[in-house]
Design a protein. Structure first.
Length: 187
């Protein structure tokens, strides 16, 4: 496999969110042979409802499923809302997990990065996102975890990619996803 494609889903819809910036960092630090693509349409995806799934085409859902289907791996970047994963990210996972057992997330390497102004870096959301992705059929990389805390202090008015430590940590996550993808192909 010459090119590995990683689809990043961001759990914050705010254009200037730190989590969006962490995903942008993943794009900028991806090594040669790895492309990280941020999916921008999560705000247009309706809440999962089996009654509308398959009843008529829903362009936002089709775009999400197609992007996830084309990707070799998934990077889920999440803030922590009220101690757990934001609804927009959980909803995206629900849509790409269907049909159950053969959804676009099935068997794909998945890694989670959380970022929060709190000291714990959104660890509860991080854990819940990993659990949700695993149950949805993703191959969550057990030894790859990154929870970035104190984002207000750490980044101030800068971008996460300007923080050498964070940029290196994010690059490590992307490299781990690419390695896991290659291992699947070689198996």
């Amino acid at each position: 496999m010459s090119q590995t494609t990683v689809l990043a889903l961001v759990g914050s819809l705010r254009a200037a969110s730190v989590n969006r910036q962490v995903a942008e960092t993943a794009v900028s630090v991806a090594p040669e042979g790895v492309e990280v693509i941020i999916f921008d349409g999560l705000g247009d995806v309706p809440f999962y409802n089996e009654d509308i799934d398959g009843a008529a085409p829903i362009p936002a859902v089709e775009a999400l499923r197609e992007a996830a289907g084309r990707a070799d791996a998934l990077l889920l970047v999440t803030p922590e809302y009220n101690g757990t994963v934001p609804a927009v990210l959980k909803n995206a996972i629900d849509w790409i997990s269907r049909p159950y057992g053969s959804g676009a997330v099935q068997g794909k390497p998945v890694a989670v990065i959380s970022a929060s102004p709190s000291v714990n870096g959104g660890r509860w959301a991080h854990e819940d996102t990993r659990k949700t992705a695993r149950i949805a059929g993703g191959n969550v990389l057990e030894d790859v975890t990154l929870a970035i805390g104190r984002t207000g202090e750490k980044f101030a008015d800068g971008h996460p990619k300007e923080n050498l430590e964070v940029a290196e940590q994010v690059a490590g996550v992307v490299i781990s996803l690419a390695d896991a993808t290659r291992q699947l192909v070689d198996a």
